[in-house]
Design a protein around this ligand. Sequence first.
Ligand SMILES: [Zn+2]
Length: 207
Amino acid sequence: MGTNVFISFRFSDGKDLKEELVELFDESIDVYNRSEDVDRSSMSDETIQYYLYEKIKDTSVTIVLLTPEALQYRWNLILSKYDDWLYDELRYSLEDRDDNRTNGVVAIYTEESENLIYQQSTHICNICNEQQSVRSILDFKNLVRKNVLNVKDKFKSNSCIGLYDSEKDSYISLIHIDDFKKNYSKYIEDAKDKRNRKEQFELVKKM
Ligand SMILES: [Zn+2]
């Protein structure tokens, strides 16, 4: 059986990448489009919610394209809240509804966004007795960030304090676009697997 995926992307700098992935996927993956180009300024919260529920309904995995412009959500100063398709797409993907349980999620970063997401640091600890160069995830304001490194302690696969397995210890794994393209089925299956054991993670569903 195939997998239905929902791709969440910033129209301004992620559209080409989204199309590239649609081209790349074999027939086992069906892509449901989202429509950031749809004007939402006159839509009520309920209308937006219904619109996205309908689009996400038949999907089991959401792929978030973390291009540089997708990292920060748009904030509506007048309404004093996030007013952004990308935020709504992810939070509704993470909701656990009767007719659509929580989706698995993969976040993909690009060459251009890598430095906005990661920085190098050094890990020194007395559990592994090693000093090693590791990558830290910066605190970017995005719901993806709230769902990384969020495995519950007893399920954590890396035993070092403060060190996490990049593929197993986050509900939403961050995957470089080149790695994802080479092996997308694996990453989509990993996300489905985590969806089936989501109780092992501390999910954050809104900001
Ligand atoms: Zn260690």
